[in-house]
Design a protein around this ligand. Structure first.
Ligand SMILES: Nc1nc2c(ncn2[C@@H]2O[C@H](COP(=O)(O)OP(=O)(O)O)[C@@H](O)[C@H]2O)c(=O)[nH]1
Ligand SMILES: [Mg+2]
Length: 353
């Protein structure tokens, strides 16, 4: 899962990227045409993993992970012709966005502080791009129907869906607000619609002063304010130096964890855990995933040879102190393939082969 960090030039994208990547700094750079993209994979902080790790004292503790991409495609500004093609292609491949808004004085001077206005600029570009893509596809669908489409049912379904998408975008509403059925969602795959992707809005504030309000009443989105430059400096400090620095600036809690958690949630992801003396580990699955899908996240062989999932809820395990005690108290369940895994389930897959 890859999350694109987007925003106008000088909004603090690269600064936030480094704050999120933190000390791990496992960053890689690649270029797509003239675009330079940096990516970093980072742990999803999860106190449940910390607690389980204390409980089992394993050789290895492994957190869930997300990848962030710093896409510097707009550094020359938005052209009058809209967003550049290679930039849109890159954005289309992301699973979600973190949209950075500048709420500190423009380091290059000239532009006022207007986070809500800046947000509207890119949002509008996303809508226009999607509308263009929807219209082009819609023409193709009509054409194929008039020529006697091979799969007529599918073509008609697509036609209805794209009419809906078109009307929605023409009303200047992002696609992420549209309630689509899983079937319809499937049909939108592959187009990379930008306004359909979940979006976390980060108001990037000056070192001092209260953050401005930026209302964003849309689905699959959230708003968080932070001080990107300070967060980056702290993320890059040695851990023992961080508390003093934070005290100096009156920072009681870093937003880094919050941003990472929120982006994980917005992606529709959840974690289940495997525990033992060897390893305590968080695994990532989609919300609504079944036990056999969870098995597949660990290894395809576990999905193929799936017999049963042994499941204990996280809070039961923590409350009772051990898997054995959970078993005694009847909090240890055997579940079949179709069981819908809950966030925080402790799972052991019984399998053959
Ligand atoms: N005061 C302040 N300056 C920031 C903050 N974040 C970034 N900057 C400064 O803004 C400039 C642009 O930041 P950068 O991360 O390169 O922006 P990008 O163009 O969006 O990647 C740099 O001079 C940063 O030091 C912030 O949270 N507060
Ligand atoms: Mg940058």
């Amino acid at each position: 899962m890859e999350i694109g960090i987007i925003g106008l030039p000088q909004s603090g994208k690269t600064t936030l990227f480094h704050a999120l990547a933190g000390a791990e700094k496992a960053t890689a750079a690649y270029s797509a045409g003239r675009l330079e993209i940096h990516t970093a994979t980072t742990n999803v902080p999860d106190e449940r993993v910390d607690i389980l790790s204390k409980m089992f004292n394993p050789r290895k503790t492994i957190y869930a992970k997300v990848t962030y991409a710093d896409i510097a495609g707009l550094d020359k500004g938005i052209t009058k012709k809209g967003l550049p093609g290679p930039f849109v292609n890159q954005l289309g491949q992301m699973d979600a966005f973190v949209h950075v808004l500048r709420a500190f004085p423009d380091p290059l001077g000239g532009n006022p502080i207007d986070p809500a206005g800046d947000l509207a600029i890119l949002d509008t570009e996303f809508l226009l791009n999607d509308l263009g893509a929807v219209e082009r596809r819609y023409e193709k669908i009509l054409e194929s129907i008039s020529k006697g489409a091979k799969d007529k049912d599918l073509a008609l379904k697509e036609k209805a869906l794209f009419e809906k998408l078109k009307a929605w975008l023409e009303a200047e509403k992002p696609l992420r607000d549209l309630d689509l059925t899983p079937d319809e969602m499937q049909l939108t795959r592959g187009y990379g619609f930008l306004s359909l992707k979940p979006m976390l809005i980060v108001i990037n504030c000056a070192d001092e002063g209260a953050p401005p309000e930026v209302p964003y009443p849309h689905q699959h989105s959230a708003v968080v304010a932070l001080r990107g430059r300070l967060e980056r400096e702290i993320a890059e400090l040695a851990p023992e130096d961080a508390p003093l620095f934070m005290e100096e600036y009156g920072i009681t809690e870093l937003s880094r964890s919050k941003v990472i958690r929120l982006s994980y949630d917005l992606l529709g992801l959840q974690s289940f855990f495997t525990v033992g003396e060897d390893e305590v580990r968080a695994w990532t699955i989609l919300r609504g995933a079944t036990a056999v899908e969870a098995a597949g996240a660990i290894h395809t062989d576990l999905a193929k040879g799936f017999i049963r999932a042994e499941v204990t809820a996280y809070h039961d395990l923590v409350e009772l102190g051990s898997l054995k005690e959970a078993q005694h108290k009847g909090k240890f369940r055997l579940e079949g393939k179709e069981y819908v895994v809950h966030d925080g389930d402790i799972v052991h897959i019984r399998h053959s082969g």
